[in-house]
Design a protein around this ligand. Structure first.
Ligand SMILES: Nc1nc2c(c(=O)[nH]1)N[C@H]1C(S)=C(S)[C@@H](COP(=O)(O)OP(=O)(O)OC[C@H]3O[C@@H](n4cnc5c(=O)[nH]c(N)nc54)[C@H](O)[C@@H]3O)O[C@H]1N2
Ligand SMILES: Nc1nc2c(c(=O)[nH]1)N[C@H]1C(S)=C(S)[C@@H](COP(=O)(O)OP(=O)(O)OC[C@H]3O[C@@H](n4cnc5c(=O)[nH]c(N)nc54)[C@H](O)[C@@H]3O)O[C@H]1N2
Ligand code: SF4
Ligand SMILES: [Mo]
Length: 760
């Protein structure tokens, strides 16, 4: 390749759910510039500061580039064959002597932003056959997946607010101007929210903090953290009491309306107001405004999921959407129809098996298994509690649970006791320092990309495929190859298993499953015929081509000759716009009844717990989390471009509270919960509710044995030390990470304040 000529690549940014289109200019091995792609059909040139950090991520001297094997306290670089031989040598006896469950897997957030792991992680998990599967979903959106699964029949049938057409958007526990949206793929949320207001609509934010989103909104209400279910029940009550329930065309597709009516009876605005700290009249007005808007949507995100009643709250969000007739209506909350991989767009329309909880439970505490995984909150005890089925080895893929999981100090310590650990990760960080072998993925600019997950959660139907910007170095391997080599080892084929043959087998199984599925667009077709049509593709591209072709827009291998294929989008730098979201009920439903289950039994049964919570005395001070624009969970803190500016890891606190506690700006506060304590500098702001403090998550990069020089210099503290593993939402297993009772005390006066000379 000529090094002096500039080359331009158009890719989708893989760093968050917004899926922005990027224009990356390179010269040889160097990135010259990264800008928003103005022609991108969805993002139209919008990007955030993280996009540019892809350049620094690519060239970060601290990033792991070759497999590493740990020898005591030191690491040595190894060849891939050596690394896999070591894994086979250490992992196989554990599997043989202690069984499949003795090996756990943790999948982190970036696996969902990665085509290789989206397609090949399940292959590894199936080959392993362990109950001990953990992901970041149980510190994130699992409650929404459970409520959606129970209501609509599939865990990824999540209603997405139609932000581009709505007149009224009620946002709870989300800050999309900073997070760039979650379970809501829509680049440039600031622009989209502004346009709601420009067309005469309203944006209302419910958050214990006046966030950037709240400032941009038409209306903001503080809420006592963890009490959203009461607010939402008060709104449901009002809708029934004032005759505002109008499900419209949904009525014939609904089960459970009367149950909800009866249940909401006791939750009058007067009853719930003292709990959520929103006045009864304001609660009524919220319900009336929602009902009065022509087209409205209620949207809840991480603040509503990572709380004690996460599943109930997530359910109530969609109960409100249904009761006001906004579910499945243009301008309301709609189900996307993704081009590939969407389980609610394949098979027999309108009916299905529904969502299955369990059937297993965690060994030590009997916590629920959901969608084939256990809550991350139980991993520490599964590692440290002896007995049959004890976790002895762990494979982490793109995750940093030593920081991101609750009661992190305990999990961190537990990781140190494992007999063997493998991490597929590009950094030597708080988690991977415990590994015995680290297997690095290529940089984000060296892999192809397609957002299999997020186009299923997108405010518009989009398909965009990105080729790698840079080729792999001869010493590098694609992440899917790494995952298949791990599969070979856990499947008993050894370190030198034939990756090409395994990949052929995966493709065969994917195709065979689809042709055997009732209602599939290729039902009953010959597997060999379809496999031949996918030639000569291999790896993720073969599977992606297949998923696109059998998907709702696909060519179905000739049945619809002008339909979608990978070839049709792989040279389309702007991405393909498949149009706005459209109503899909009843076709989208996969419940056994073929109806929307408005009052799922499991959720209704959990309301008793909510009733019990009402009599509990409120904590005088509670902690909530937050996200920062220039951060990405616990990583990307080693990018100098993102780490400029003020210290992001501060404790936000209201001036009334600092006055009461005798604390001043910059003082080091000690934050003590039932689990642990941490120290963080105080940042006083009227933008947080009195009685609430906020710390960002993902910090605490002061652990020995890591290799992240920039992050180490600005380490911050880890909020998850304060969490308790015992606090989980019983239905989803999701950890409670918000509304944590804490005590705030002075640890140390601000250095400057102390240095002021005393006048004599
Ligand atoms: N208190 C509190 N805790 C929280 C949250 C909160 O709001 N409050 N949020 C939770 C949420 S929503 C999430 S999603 C989790 C995130 O928690 P995790 O998923 O456990 O952690 P991340 O910080 O996303 O870590 C990502 C890891 O993936 C690696 N990585 C990046 N790209 C790739 C890749 O392409 N391949 C591979 N193999 N590795 C890669 C990085 O080096 C890093 O080690 O944190 C949760 N923790
Ligand atoms: N820049 C940046 N972007 C990110 C990430 C990042 O770390 N940095 N992480 C990505 C990931 S993995 C995810 S899951 C998404 C999350 O995306 P969002 O859900 O938008 O996440 P946050 O910005 O943490 O916003 C959560 C809000 O909930 C509020 N809150 C806390 N407790 C409660 C409560 O009890 N009730 C109510 N109503 N509100 C409450 C908090 O004050 C906060 O403003 O962001 C993604 N995007
Ligand atoms: S908003 Fe998300 S997808 Fe868009 S540029 Fe920033 S990190 Fe990338
Ligand atoms: Mo997340």
């Amino acid at each position: 390749m000529a090094h002096d000529e500039n080359r331009t690549s158009y890719i989708t940014c893989p760093l968050c759910e917004a899926t922005c289109g990027l224009e990356v200019v390179t010269s040889g091995p160097d990135v010259i510039s990264i800008r928003g792609n103005k022609n991108d059909v969805f993002s139209r040139g919008y990007i955030c500061p993280k996009a540019y950090a892809l350049k620094e991520l690519h060239s970060d001297p601290d990033r792991v580039r070759a497999p590493m094997i740990r020898m005591g306290d030191t690491w040595r670089e190894a060849t891939w064959d050596e690394a896999f031989a070591e894994i086979e040598r250490r992992l196989t006896p554990i599997l043989t002597e202690h069984g499949r469950d003795s090996v756990a897997v943790y999948l982190g957030n970036p696996t969902v932003h990665n085509l290789s792991s989206q397609l090949y992680n399940t292959v590894l998990l199936r080959a392993l056959g362990s109950i001990n599967i953990y992901t970041a979903s149980t510190v994130d959106q699992m409650p929404k997946q459970v409520s959606s699964g129970l209501m609509f029949g599939h865990m990824l049938s999540i209603p997405i607010p139609d932000v581009d057409n709505t007149d009224y958007l009620l946002i709870l526990g989300a800050n999309p101007l900073v997070s760039n949206g979650s379970l809501l793929t829509a680049p440039d949320m600031r622009g989209r929210l502004r346009r709601i207001k420009q067309r005469g609509g309203k944006v209302v934010v419910i958050d214990p903090r006046r966030t950037r989103t709240a400032v941009e909104a038409s209306e903001h209400h503080f809420i006592q953290p963890g009490t959203d279910p009461w607010l939402l029940l008060g709104m449901v009550h009002t809708l029934f009491a004032e005759g505002l329930v109008r499900p419209g065309r949904l009525e014939e597709h609904l089960d459970g309306l009367e149950t909800v009516r009866a249940l909401a009876q006791e939750f009058t605005p007067e009853v719930v107001a003292p709990i959520c700290h929103i006045a009864p009249e304001a609660i009524r007005q919220l319900a009336r405004d929602l009902a009065a808007a022509d087209r409205a949507a209620v949207y809840g995100r991480i603040g509503t999921c990572t709380q004690e009643y996460g599943t109930i709250t997530s359910w109530l969000v969609d109960v409100l959407n249904v009761l006001t007739g906004n579910l499945d209506r243009v301008g309301g909350a709609l189900f996307p129809k993704a081009a590939a991989g969407s389980r609610n767009a394949t098979g027999v329309p309108g009916r299905g098996r529904g969502m299955r909880l369990g059937p297993k439970k965690s060994r030590v505490r009997g916590a629920p298994q959901v969608a084939g995984e256990l809550p991350i909150a139980v991993l520490a005890e599964e590692i440290t509690t002896p007995g049959e089925g004890q976790v002895r080895a762990l494979i982490t893929i793109a995750g940093n649970p030593a920081l991101s999981a609750p009661e992190s100090e305990r999990l961190d310590a537990a990781l140190g006791t494992l007999e063997f650990m493998v991490s597929v990760d590009g950094y030597l960080n708080e988690t991977t320092r415990h590994a015995n072998v680290i297997l690095p993925p290529p940089s984000a600019l060296q892999r192809s990309h397609y957002d299999l997950a997020f186009y299923q959660l997108s405010a518009r139907n989009i398909a965009h495929y990105s080729r790698p910007v840079f080729p792999l170095e001869p010493s590098q391997v694609d992440e899917w190859v790494t995952l298949l080599r791990l599969t070979g080892i856990v499947a008993g084929q050894g370190a030198m298993a034939d990756v090409a043959a395994l990949d052929d087998l995966v493709a065969y199984q994917v195709v065979a499953r689809e042709v055997g599925m009732a209602g599939s667009r290729v039902e009953g077709r010959e597997v060999s015929e379809l496999l031949a049509a996918l030639q000569p593709r291999r790896g993720p591209e073969r599977l992606l081509d297949f998923l696109l072709r059998v998907g709702p827009y696909g060519d179905a291998f000739g049945a619809q000759p002008d339909g979608l294929t990978l070839a049709a989008i792989e040279d389309n730098p702007a991405g393909l716009d498949l149009g706005p979201l459209q109503p899909r009920v009843p076709e989208v439903l996969r419940t056994p009844s073929g109806k929307i289950e408005l009052a799922p039994e499991l959720i209704i049964a959990d309301i008793d717990r909510l009733r019990q919570g009402m009599s509990r005395a409120p904590a005088p001070m509670v902690l909530v989390g937050r996200r920062e624009l220039r951060s990405n969970n616990s990583w990307m803190h080693n990018m100098p471009a993102l780490m400029k500016g003020d210290d992001p890891c501060t404790l936000l606190i209201h001036p009334d509270d600092t006055a009461r506690l005798g604390l001043a700006e910059g003082d080091l506060a000690r934050v003590t919960s039932g689990a642990n304590s941490v120290e963080a500098p105080i940042q006083i702001t009227p933008d947080i509710m009195p009685g609430v403090v906020s710390l960002p998550h993902g910090w605490g990069h002061d652990q020995p044995g890591t290799r992240m020089r920039v992050a180490n210099a600005r380490h911050g503290v880890n909020i998850n030390r304060l969490m308790s593993n015992l606090a989980i939402d019983p239905l989803s297993g999701n950890a409670t990470l918000n509304a944590i009772p804490v005590e705030i005390t002075l640890a140390r006066r601000h250095a400057q304040a102390a240095a002021i000379p005393v006048a004599d």
